[in-house]
Write a protein that binds this ligand. Structure first.
Ligand code: R5P
Length: 296
């Protein structure tokens, strides 16, 4: 990165705290903004510092309400281009729609790809995401992107937690790679479950299997917790098999509706997430990871 004078940071409304943490660590100016929503719901944005000739880092995650968070991100990038920014780095820790990375049923819109195209067309020069659900959505789009890995931060958190005979559990096959890496880092065993999601109703079924969990502490990890169904199923299985404490951790705690309640009622002791999505469970900050990437 260049000098602190020619780099500024813009905080989108979905990532205010994370943006402040990044700006402080980088010692760059946080651009003051005037933003409001008009009575009819339209968004108004105004930069109160010049962006002309500067490298602009825009930090805006896109959890629910994802459509308005995305629109704000697109406006910020477009406006920064128009105000003469020299380079635009879009930091989007949670990139919405990345799960729709292909046509699962014939005729479906591949929304993840369209979001990447829009980021490119708005004028982003580079995009930084964190544990994007599917990197393939960027394929064929001429837009450099870096996907950071926050699972080592989750592993560090558990290294500091006193655990009894721990086992890392992936609640579905999609989390096997990350889960086994965390288990390796913690020097403990690893297991995974298999989950089926009905493509029409969204209903989740997790197959039970014996994993030898009696009296052990179980860490269930995933990239995203959305409705909490995937995690709640895995927690119930672990509790049923006699686990002592069940911890649930993810990078993107979307925690839609009653997700928290579902997971805790299933028997989890704690839910741990990152500030990719601000919430009461976002106790691990992504700032050091993102700052490291921006410095590089
Ligand atoms: C998809 O496979 C993801 O990795 C998560 O497992 C999924 O998004 C979690 O969704 P939910 O919390 O609604 O079960």
């Amino acid at each position: 990165m260049g000098t602190t004078n020619d780099t500024v940071l813009v905080a989108g409304s979905a990532s205010q705290l994370l943006a402040v943490r990044i700006a402080r660590a980088l010692k760059v100016e946080l651009v003051p903004m005037a933003s409001k929503t008009f009575p009819d719901g339209e968004l108004y944005l105004r930069f109160l510092s010049p962006l002309n000739g500067r490298r602009v880092i825009i930090v805006q995650s896109t959890p629910p309400p994802q459509n308005s968070n995305l629109l704000e991100l697109f406006f910020l990038i477009n406006a920064a281009v128009e105000k003469g920014a020299d380079e635009i780095i879009a930091v989007v820790p949670y990139l919405a729609y990345a799960r729709q990375d292909k046509e699962f049923l014939p005729g479906e819109a591949v929304s993840g790809r369209y979001i990447c195209r829009m980021l490119k067309n708005c004028g982003a020069d580079i995009v930084i995401t964190v544990n994007i659900h599917s990197r393939s959505i960027f394929e064929g789009i001429d837009l450099p992107f870096i996907d950071l890995d926050a699972f080592p931060l989750i592993a560090e958190y558990f290294e500091k937690t006193p655990l009894k005979d721990p086992l890392v559990l992936a609640p579905d096959k999609g989390a096997v790679e990350e889960g086994s890496l965390i288990a390796e880092k913690l020097g403990c065993s690893f297991a995974f479950l298999e989950k089926e999601r009905d493509r029409y109703t969204g209903e989740i079924v997790t197959a039970e299997k014996q994993m030898g969990l009696k009296g052990r502490d179980v860490l269930i990890i995933d990239d995203i917790i959305s409705t909490g169904g995937t995690m709640a199923n895995a927690v119930s299985i672990a509790v049923k098999q006699g686990a002592r404490n069940v911890y649930v951790a993810c990078v993107h705690p979307l925690l839609v509706g009653e997700a928290r309640l579902k997971i805790l009622n299933a028997g989890a002791r704690e839910i741990i997430g990152t500030d990719s999505v601000p919430s009461d469970v976002s106790i691990i900050s992504l700032a050091p990871l993102i700052v490291g990437a921006l410095k590089r």
